[in-house]
Design a protein around this ligand. Structure first.
Ligand SMILES: [Mn+2]
Length: 311
């Protein structure tokens, strides 16, 4: 019997690292055969960080490889739409997450959901609470994951606990120059030159079920203006294509400049234009709405859209 620790589909850095850090936590707590797993290809940022610290990514596992008596732990997500396909929910034994909970389970499980900036801050807290030692190689990855998910401790989701975790993990991993590490991560995140327009839209996306299905892609970049001028037409075409293919009701791409601390939403359809104008009380110009310093999809963008939909 194995325990697979899974991040969400379209794994970002926090999700990929959380598979490793929570697997290590569970091992140290006595779970015998724990396997960090992922589904989907690592994005450029994730690949950069694992390369930099010469660590292997979690194993690629499909639900077909999971045996009926194996256990599943979900990290950095909880709802069905973000799980790997065909996962048997009866096999889920624990969830560690920092997102809004949409669950309908038929059995009791361990659930730890905290309003912290990163799943890896929850992992850090659990290691500390249980007097466990975080291995140096995992500490370095956790540090990067927290810096990434909190946009260098600047996003609205950042808490004092995230700051404490960063200070502790930088000591454990012996990494003192946090600013230059953060900038390196930002640059890797911004490098979408090798991605097609469709891949840019779907590089980091989540589908929300607000009665209507809303797909929100987010690109965190240090080159917002360049991207929205050079690739705008291609991205708009990609939005239309993906919307038809995925069968979602609304599709929005958030292009967030993490140095300027600004997000611009790119949309293609009349429905989306109405929706985001209502949600953010602004006027879309040439398919773009500037929503100012709102950087968090989870805390700033998705809730405003949900509210506009139910009004
Ligand atoms: Mn996360």
């Amino acid at each position: 019997m194995k325990t697979y620790v899974f991040g969400h589909i379209k794994p970002d850095l926090d999700s990929a690292v959380a598979a490793l850090s929570f697997a290590e936590y569970r091992k140290q707590m006595g779970d015998v055969d724990v396997i960090p797993a992922m589904s989907g290809v690592a994005n450029p940022e994730t690949a950069f960080v694992f390369n930099k610290f010469q660590q292997s990514l979690p194993q690629q596992i499909t639900s077909a490889e999971i045996l009926p008596d194996d256990h599943i732990v979900l990290v950095d997500h909880n709802e069905t739409d973000q799980r790997i396909e065909n996962l048997n929910q009866e096999q889920i034994i624990a969830i560690y997450d920092h997102h809004t909970v949409y669950l309908n389970l038929t059995h009791p499980i361990e659930i730890i959901v905290l309003p912290l900036g990163s799943s890896n801050t929850i992992a850090w807290k659990l290691f500390k609470q249980n007097n466990l030692v975080i291995p140096q190689n995992i500490a370095a990855l956790m540090l990067c994951a927290i810096l990434s998910d909190t946009v260098g401790l600047k996003s609205s989701t950042t808490t004092e606990t995230d700051k404490l975790a960063v200070a502790d993990l930088s000591a454990v991993s012996n990494i003192s120059d946090i600013n230059s590490l953060t900038l390196d991560i930002f640059k890797a995140k911004s490098n979408v030159s090798a991605l097609s327009d469709e891949q840019v839209v779907l590089n980091d996306y989540k589908i929300f079920d607000f009665g209507k299905k809303v797909l929100i892609g987010q690109l965190e970049t240090v080159e917002q203006d360049v991207l929205l001028s050079n690739r705008k037409q291609g991205l708009i075409q990609a939005l239309q294509l993906i919307k038809d293919r995925e069968g979602v009701d609304f599709l929005i791409l958030a292009v967030t400049d993490i140095l300027k601390v600004n997000t611009k939403l790119l949309v293609s359809g009349a429905g989306e234009i109405d929706l985001i104008q209502k949600a953010f009380d602004g006027t879309v110009q040439e398919n773009i709405l500037d929503i100012g310093p709102k950087m968090s999809r989870k805390k700033d963008i998705a809730p405003a859209i949900e509210k506009a939909l139910i009004q």
